[in-house]
Design a protein around this ligand. Sequence first.
Ligand code: G6Q
Length: 551
Amino acid sequence: MTNPQTPHTITSLRNRPAWAALNEHFSELRKMHLRRLFAGDPQRAERFTLETLGLYFDYSKNRITADTLRLLVELAEQSGLREHIDAMFEGDKINVTEKRAVLHVALRAPKEEQIFADGADVVPEVHAVLDKMSAFAEQVRSGAWKGHTGKRIRNVINIGIGGSDLGPVMAYEALKYYSQRDLNFRFISNVDGTDFVEATRDLNAEETLFVVCSKTFTTLETMTNAHSAREWLLKALGDENAVARHFVAVSTNTAKVEAFGIDSANMFGFWDWVGGRYSVDSAIGLSTMIAIGPEQFHAMLSGFHAMDEHFRTAPFERNLPVLMGLLVVWYNAFFDAQTVAVLPYEQYLKRFPAYLQQLTMESNGKHVTLQGEPVDYQTGPVYWGEPGTNGQHSFYQLIHQGTKIIPCDFIAFAQPLNPVGNHHDLLVANVLAQAEALAFGRTAEEVTAAGTPEWLVPHRTFEGNRPSTTIVAARLTPEMLGKLVALYEHSVFTQGTIWQIDSFDQWGVELGKVLAEKIIPEFAAGDELPLNHDSSTNALIRQYRKLRRAK
Ligand code: G6Q
């Protein structure tokens, strides 16, 4: 049965005229080398570079022509991208399977804007929470917020997982340069006790504040870690009243927060129209705000908002997230590219690829359309990456000379945050060189002319024609981080719209959780309890029981 929530106005992907045209266009373009495309058009770099919002977005080293771009834009139009963008900003319930609006754009809307969900303007509530966060963050930063024994807070530990962890840890690491250095920040996510123990072992409970982040306040990992944190604190301080000074919560579930023993005055709320992986700029970012201060946090929000406005208003052919999303669709559909590598040449962005993995793969890892019909085309690619130059000494070999096509996003900044000698020139020279080498390679003739023995020539030849996009900005600032995150958010939206999937649900994470709940009591039960999983899982449970006893 198809989904009664969704209008059937969009033609299925393969029947959209631009899709057929792209297919035909691809058969002409697939053999075309970037060397020829550049040689044939001295203006190519200029033609395929977009400079806006402080970003220099060079997509000329992609395997496209002006025709490709025209057809991709037509595909976006025929996919209802314009209408879908408007529907998101108007608070329509575009997360159809969960019947929810998708309004992370409201989290960064300036006070004077109005954005409606279910008939109510949500912007005043957003700013009320931001104000409450700011007041609290200032108290912690200034030392006015004291622990139970009167000592100031020195350690802030975020407990959360998935969207309630990856955003905070990525943003904290990305903006560490701007952080208050007499505060120590840690992040506990994994239910593996090691994560908890290593994060707390050298800390004084009297100086430690836990920020428990959970939209639902029921997530197994987070609740387990929060209870262990409570025990750890009480063991050190010996008084239940200490909880109020050492725990705050970020959640949508007041009842559960209170049941845990956290005063609702110390709870920071958000709303069901904020998806976990789109929540870094909500109260889930509280630890980031404590680190960098309210002013810089607001600067980050203004960066997000600038990209939102660009996405909402710029024509598709000059719209950064649309172009980025269309390139992903192009390689994924026609070149059979399975992955996208995100390669930031900025150490502070070391957690950015991990953050993007959730954003992109939880959003677009879907196998049915909004109508519940199986797709007959590829959807979301695997996103992965590492900061440069480290990757060059590890996996770049495969990108240069392997048998797979891996489109790369290179990200670089002109001004170093930490200038040391000539490090930064070396860093930036490397990123430009990598993109150049991938695109143009080194022909057998060139290798031979350099005096390489004949037998070695095939090994030293680089075929090139490997696509990449290079994004350059002046400096990594909170505002720029906001722009970059929103760029990827809206690229994901563009892709999901073309594929006609629900980019905002995540049913795929449910089954494993349900099965784990069944297995937990089976560990405790004796061997006489019959197990009714498959034979492999049954044997693994018995083996675990046996090895556990053996210690
Ligand atoms: C993100 C997902 C998921 C979620 C975590 C944590 O979009 O919904 O990663 O963020 O499962 O959920 P809670 O915040 O409810 O603990």
